[in-house]
Design a protein around this ligand. Structure first.
Ligand code: EPZ
Length: 433
């Protein structure tokens, strides 16, 4: 079956300015947490992504009315309201398609006392266990069992507890989302230790607080949650997508150009900006924008992908692409997902010289990349191949762009606005939304 492709003619430095969308990884758990609300929820700055469409479809199957207001040029606005609080079974088709759908587990359990959610699917980036989600909800007093590949969770009323939420690879982002979203309606106080610090979790906590939840410690690794009887409704504007912002800055860097990304939170990008400077780029920061100029040679800058505030694992593949053109050797290690190097083989087909061992990639920089056809198997690997194609001499075709549409809103249009020669071949993205 012909897949949607990007066709890129690389070698042109990008210049100009582009706007960043709302954060996918804030939108998905916040949409799931709308299950907790007893009044309508109104979200602003919603990115137009296939993952958002998937989550909307799932929530409609769970009895929510989900309506989207499309206003030209303005980001999407979304209203979610519970019309039927009976459904407790998340359809397999939705959850298998996107791991973040698993975030409905905690809210369903807390509000409807039962949840049946298939074990998640999503990007193939290493082992994706859910033991920390299970441990947290069990600590709140839920009875959990596995039936036909689904997690079945039941509880008359959850009870606050002190919970350690860290695993061998650190905190769990959606594990924290599930347990925090359940604890806000538990009887008594919950202390979450080793909670995830990611800005998207802070944004979820701010949303829950707007609904009437009582949460202290947001932005730290210890959360204190005092359960309440009921939550109301809220209006909430999603934070900017720091991963999209980093990807756009890296597109300017890898093409030796300059760009300004608008509508960002620079405080969510500290490590990325620090590493871009180490790689030889000039980076200037405003209140809600970041400008980069990268005209000199790429300096080798080793990174370790780790939980926030470290370099995000969701930027690791894109960083590896930039370092493939460095003037020297460096390493990229991923402490979050040890198997997240599917982009390396494809980058090497473009002429990169990268060797992987365990969770470390060693990159010997090359003077240039040569365009060819490449394919990726996950969202951020796809982004890395697009960046490499922008820098490669001659034409590059990136296959299976549906992976990219999950997490980037019309990336080709944004890159064309910066001067890239890139076109979408095949299904328009609207057909998936
Ligand atoms: C979230 O995934 C993000 N997705 C991912 O972004 C991101 O890569 C990841 O966090 C890490 O930052 C969303 O927010 C929707 P984890 P999540 O649970 O929550 C282990 C993208 O590209 N672990 O924080 O699924 C796990 O194996 C996506 O936008 C357990 O051991 O990741 C991993 O090694 C890809 N037990 C580490 O923790 C558990 O119960 C972090 O996983 C859960 C996780």
């Amino acid at each position: 079956m012909a897949t949607t492709q990007f066709r890129i003619i690389g070698g042109k430095p990008l210049h100009g300015q582009v706007r960043c969308e709302g954060a996918k990884n804030a939108a998905l758990p916040i949409m799931a947490a709308a299950l907790l609300a007893s009044e309508p929820v109104h979200l602003q700055n919603v990115p137009q992504l296939t993952d958002i469409a998937t989550q909307s479809k799932l929530l409609r199957r769970l009895g929510l009315a989900v309506s989207i207001e499309r206003t030209c040029e303005k980001p999407l606005e979304m209203t979610l309201e519970t019309m039927d609080a009976q459904p407790v079974v998340a359809p397999e088709s939705c959850v298998r398609q996107m791991r973040a759908s698993f975030c409905v587990l905690g809210p369903l359990l807390a509000r409807r006392r039962k949840a049946v959610v298939p074990l998640p699917g999503g990007c193939r980036i290493g082992d994706r266990p859910v033991d920390l989600h299970w441990k947290g909800l069990a600590a709140l007093g839920a009875d959990l069992r596995l039936e036909h590949g689904c997690v079945v969770a039941e509880a008359r009323r959850l009870t606050g507890a002190t919970i350690e939420l860290s695993g061998p690879r650190g905190p769990s982002v959606t594990g924290t989302a599930n347990v925090m979203s359940a604890a806000v309606l538990a009887r008594g106080v919950t202390i979450l230790r080793d909670a995830a610090l990611e800005p998207e979790i802070v944004d979820l906590g701010c949303f829950l607080t707007a609904l009437g939840a009582k949460i202290e410690g947001l932005g730290t690794s210890t959360l204190r949650i005092e359960g309440v009887e009921q939550l109301g409704g809220a209006r909430h504007r999603l934070i900017p997508d720091r991963i999209e912002a980093a990807t756009l800055l890296l597109a300017a860097a890898i093409t030796r150009g300059s760009a300004t990304v608008l509508d960002v939170r620079p405080d969510h990008l500290q490590t990325v900006l620090e590493k871009l400077r180490a790689a030889g780029a000039a980076v200037d920061v405003g209140a809600d924008r970041v400008s980069i100029a990268a005209t000199g040679p790429v300096q080798p800058a080793s990174v370790i992908a780790e939980p926030f505030p470290g370099l995000p694992t969701d930027v690791q593949a894109q960083w590896t692409a930039l370092m493939s053109l460095a003037d020297g050797t460096c390493t990229v290690q991923d402490l979050v997902f040890s198997g997240r190097f599917s982009h390396v083989a494809e980058l090497n087909r473009l002429g990169a010289c990268i060797a992987c061992r365990d969770d470390i990639a060693t990159i010997n920089g090359v003077p240039r990349l040569e365009g060819t056809s490449v394919a990726a198997s996950d969202l951020r690997a796809s982004a890395a191949l697009v960046l490499a194609g922008l820098a490669a001499d001659g034409p590059t075709t990136v296959e299976h762009i549906h992976h990219l549409d999950r997490g980037y809103q019309r990336l080709d249009e944004k890159l064309r606005r910066l001067g890239a020669q890139i076109e979408r071949i095949g299904l328009p993205v609207e057909s998936a939304l």
